[in-house]
Design a protein around this ligand. Structure first.
Ligand code: SF4
Length: 662
């Protein structure tokens, strides 16, 4: 449909005409019940789009949040980017909600789905790898024939179409990153899945992305990135769904990182890029060796600056870079920078492969220079250890300021929505104040709407805090908590998520509980998330997981009847970013615990709770092993911010409730 006629048709449609009691959806969906809360949200979104102002929109589970923003966004006739935190929601918006409005209701608009580059097959790398594929294990090799068949048949190149495991060693060989991609110099550029996807998106009215891709694009623009590396076409409106997860993703993308692995892989890729007959090949070979050895010196210096025992933890640790440590790092960093400059000088831009290496060297040098300058008081600088990998990192303390500069000024309207945006802040039981400040908005001047879930929580859910458990820092906590987990799992016959706040605690609880469970036990990391969820839905099971299942996971129905969380999910206060944010609030006269740590934990806790009740007929138990919510002032605030489920502190009462509600 052409522009003017599309606009005319959209102009005639109204929100009530689509979502209302006698609207288009009621005509095409049998049993459709219009939802007043959804209409309320949609009208608030419509107003924000008209006025071009930001909107904070909290919509409890079951309100029909996606259509609540999608309908006014489509009817506005503007180009809209919808950004989600998780691929699950991204796929759901694109595969369920958009077809409903476009194909079933008949609203005239086109939509595209875009994911980050590393989600797509890189045709160039696939061709090369296919010549002599090698794998880390035989299991990995076994996936190759089926994968290869898919690679030749796929129309999208989207990894999500395959069933290879998350950690399949073949995928990094056949995909690429924006750093390593050859860009417009690539011989397969025109037929590349990423190029085609982006071109198609540029013709569409609604583009569905995830936060990672959105902020890759925004940070490229912020850095004045080359046009060829731009990801999204110009847009009028952005809707951030699952906006509670925004700050972390924005922090990651507005920051920089130079890891030991990044230097090693650049050094590795310098080898063999030119034929031995090319005079520059031996020079590049020598630079590769120098880069590797100077990188080792830099990161050895860094590791010596920190206590050995702290570097030796499996889960990894982060350390704020003090001025003294930065001083120590400058000489070895200067040596690395000198080598990178030599690589930049020799690689040039005359050949696609050399051009990609040139770009990588330039970007790595810029990041390293930024970190060792360490002179921007709005940034936090830290070192990160993950296993044997070390990284130097920097990120903005306040991403709100970056959003203000690079997003709000350029975009017509920004809608932030999630099932959890309000939290207790100071004396207020629930307000948007915390998220508004984190997003760089004035809490008093920003429009907001909050619509409650239509679910009957007092009937559908029980919230249980075992009062007899010791506090989480007691030596017996893990054992006592694990015993309680086992009792609860036996009560519900499995069908449980056991969510822990750290990987270490996850391992400990899993080791104590799993030998005594007679239903299948699943554990995060043993298979891709999607596969684990599929197995979980298929038969009564218990899934042990941490942060990645705490949010954005949807298991409606009886398959999930119990969610157990070990502790209030406070972010570690000594983690550099947290510490810097806490300090910044304190320095400006605020109370970081009340204004930052408690509201942040409240959002995570509400997210964890939210895994349980997904439909009007779901029922079940949420248990929290952290008795501080019964005894501390902030604990009571946290509990008060949760949905109004029946509250219990004794297992016998939970058992009675469970029996009566069965
Ligand atoms: S343009 Fe980049 S992603 Fe596409 S085929 Fe070439 S190297 Fe791979």
């Amino acid at each position: 449909m052409t522009g003017p006629s599309r606009k005319r048709e959209l102009h005639q449609a109204t929100i009530d005409g689509v979502l209302g009691p006698n609207g288009a959806l009621s005509a095409v969906l049998s049993g459709y019940e219009h939802r007043p809360a959804q209409l309320q949200m949609a009208k608030a979104v419509e107003l924000a789009l008209e006025t071009g102002s930001p909107l904070l929109a909290e919509a409890g589970t079951g309100t029909g949040k996606t259509l609540g923003y999608l309908v006014p966004a489509v009817l506005s006739g503007k180009r809209v980017v919808v950004s989600t935190a998780t691929r699950t929601l991204q796929d759901q918006v694109f595969e369920k909600d958009i077809p409903l409005l476009r194909d079933v209701v008949g609203l005239p608009f086109e939509a595209a789905l875009l994911k980050g580059r590393s989600n797509y097959l890189c045709a160039q790398r696939f061709e090369a790898f296919d010549q002599s594929p090698t794998f880390a294990t035989q299991d990995d090799a076994a996936h190759w024939p089926e994968f290869r068949k898919w690679a030749f048949a796929t129309q999208t190149g989207d990894r999500g179409e395959t069933r290879v495991p998350e950690n399949w060693s073949g995928w990094p060989q056949v995909s690429t990153t924006s750093e390593a991609c050859l860009g417009s110099k690539c011989p397969l550029y025109e037929s590349c899945f990423v190029t085609r996807g982006r071109r198609a998106a540029a013709e569409c009215d609604v583009i569905v992305v995830n936060h990672a891709l959105f902020f890759s694009d925004l940070s490229l623009r912020a850095r004045g990135g080359e046009e060829k590396l731009g990801i999204l076409p110009a847009y009028d409106v952005v809707v951030f769904d699952e906006a509670h997860a925004l700050e972390d993703v924005a922090t990651e993308h507005f920051g920089v990182s130079v890891s030991s692995g990044r230097l090693t892989s650049l050094a590795q890729d310098l080898l063999g890029v030119l034929p031995v007959t090319d005079g520059r090949a031996s020079h590049l070979g020598a630079l590769s060796i120098t880069l590797r050895s100077r990188g080792e010196v830099l990161f050895r210096e860094l590791s010596l600056a920190f206590p050995v025992e702290a570097l030796d933890t499996r889960r990894g640790n982060d350390f704020t870079l003090t001025p003294e440590v930065v001083d120590l790092l400058r000489p070895p960093a200067a040596a690395v920078l000198e080598t990178l400059a030599a690589i930049v000088a020799i690689t040039g831009d005359d050949d696609p492969d050399l051009g990609a290496l040139n770009r990588r060297a330039v970007e790595t040098a810029a990041a390293l220079e930024h970190v060792v300058q360490a002179d921007d008081t709005r940034q936090v600088y830290w070192a990160e250890t993950r296993g044997r990998s070390l990284a130097l990192r920097a990120a903005p303390i306040d991403v709100g300021e970056s959003l203000g500069r690079f997003l709000y000024e350029d975009v017509g309207a920004v809608i932030f929505t999630s099932a959890t945006l309000t939290s207790p802040t100071g004396r207020q039981q629930r307000s948007f104040e915390y998220v508004a400040r984190r997003f760089g908005l004035d809490p008093k001047a920003t429009a907001s709407v909050s619509v409650d879930s239509p679910f009957d929580f007092p009937t559908q859910a029980a919230f249980y805090v075992p009062a007899h458990l010791p506090e989480p820092n007691a030596p017996t906590f893990t054992l006592e908590f694990s015993r309680e987990v086992l009792r609860l799992i036996r009560l519900t016959g499995g069908r449980a998520f056991v969510l822990c706040t750290s990987l270490r605690h996850l391992d400990e609880v899993h080791a104590l509980v799993s030998p005594h469970i007679d239903v299948p036990v699943l554990k995060q990391g043993e298979a891709p998330k999607g596969v684990l969820l599929e197995q979980f839905r298929e038969r009564p099971s218990v899934l042990f997981a941490s942060a990645s299942f705490w949010e954005g996971v949807d298991v409606p129905g009886d398959a999930l009847s119990l969610v157990v969380m070990d502790k209030v999910p406070f972010a570690p206060p000594n983690e550099p970013l947290q510490a810097a944010r806490i300090e910044a609030i304190r320095a400006s006269g605020g109370n970081p615990f009340d204004e930052y740590q408690v509201p942040q934990a409240a959002l995570s806790l509400r997210q964890g709770f939210g895994r349980l009740i997904r439909t009007r007929t779901d029922r079940g138990i949420v248990a929290l092993g952290d008795t501080r919510v019964l005894t501390k002032r902030y604990g009571k605030q946290l509990v008060a911010s949760l949905p109004p489920a029946q509250r219990f502190t004794r297992l016998d009462d939970v058992k009675r409730w469970w029996a009566s509600s069965s």
